[in-house]
Design a protein around this ligand. Sequence first.
Ligand SMILES: *[C@@H]1O[C@H](CO)[C@@H](O)[C@H](O)[C@H]1NC(C)=O
Ligand SMILES: *[C@@H]1O[C@H](CO)[C@@H](O)[C@H](O)[C@H]1NC(C)=O
Ligand SMILES: *[C@@H]1O[C@H](CO)[C@@H](O)[C@H](O)[C@H]1NC(C)=O
Ligand SMILES: *[C@@H]1O[C@H](CO)[C@@H](O)[C@H](O)[C@H]1NC(C)=O
Ligand SMILES: *[C@@H]1O[C@H](CO)[C@@H](O)[C@H](O)[C@H]1NC(C)=O
Length: 279
Amino acid sequence: MNLKVLGLSLLLFEVSCFTEFEITVPRDTVTGFYSEELILPCTFPVDSSWDLRSTVITWQRGLDVIHSFYYSQDQLDRQDQRYVNRTSLFNQEVAQGNASLKLDKVTLQDAGVYSCSVSTNTGSQKKSFGVKIAAFYSEPRLQFSLLTDGVNLLVTSDGGYPSPTLQWLMENSDITNQTQTHLMQDTHTGLYVVSSWINLTEITNSSLTFILHNKPLGQDIRREIQLYSDEPKDVTSSCSMGSKSGLSDPTILLLIAIKISTSPCFSSLSSSVSFTVLI
Ligand SMILES: *[C@@H]1O[C@H](CO)[C@@H](O)[C@H](O)[C@H]1NC(C)=O
Ligand SMILES: *[C@@H]1O[C@H](CO)[C@@H](O)[C@H](O)[C@H]1NC(C)=O
Ligand SMILES: *[C@@H]1O[C@H](CO)[C@@H](O)[C@H](O)[C@H]1NC(C)=O
Ligand SMILES: *[C@@H]1O[C@H](CO)[C@@H](O)[C@H](O)[C@H]1NC(C)=O
Ligand SMILES: *[C@@H]1O[C@H](CO)[C@@H](O)[C@H](O)[C@H]1NC(C)=O
């Protein structure tokens, strides 16, 4: 009787010892940047009785093995094809309980749920966390072309992910629904190319603002396009040559100045471009 009780309490003691072995992974989803390297953090407790030779570290995505380590070295025989030559542990730091994985050249296909499992002579545990991939949109390019009755302004930005939200302002009012937006996904990389345009039938002295927002990255691109209309003073005299209006179009000077001001977290970049078009 007494022996049984002793046995049970020893067992409980061992179980509670085991629960002290706790690995640490991120609580929230980790965001990786397209084409860059990403560190997937995972740490485990090491004490004086810890033994490297008994340590097994396995990184998986679902059932796919991404990286494993045992017998004191990397074991990549069962590594999934998609991860070949792209993974490494910080081998010098394993003895400090660092089981983090470095993943190189991140692609959109790397998004998913990753698990880190660590087993040592002092305990074992497996924990999972999510990874999402994002990419910054490039500096937008402005192009304009002449229409029979106005000007078409086209803004293009590429290499971003996920799809952005766009907004156009004329002075301070929202004119987004007078614009058109086309979103294209690169078949190879999966990144988006976004084009958005507006047709202006009359140019007045006003400011147009293009705003692109990439929410997961907090990327906010805000570009102001200054429109100037400079009606020549001699419109009446040049029109008087041919009394029918529309025969000789008055010359309109369209000056478009772009003020570049990046949001604080993308700092310092600031410049301005201006060019004139004679219509
Ligand atoms: C593991 O080691 C690497 C390399 O020193 C370091 O960048 C990383 O932050 C470490 N990870 C953790 C979770 O301590
Ligand atoms: C991995 O690297 C080795 C050595 O550099 C190379 O021979 C092999 O083709 C690479 N494999 C892949 C899938 O990139
Ligand atoms: C454009 O948006 C405004 C509000 O932002 C709305 O009142 C108006 O009906 C919209 N016009 C069209 C054509 O959708
Ligand atoms: C702008 O003008 C072009 C050419 O006339 C036309 O194809 C396009 O639909 C117009 N876009 C908008 C937003 O009105
Ligand atoms: C626009 O502003 C410029 C100077 O800033 C002025 O010369 C021009 O007359 C203005 N155009 C109109 C249509 O008000």
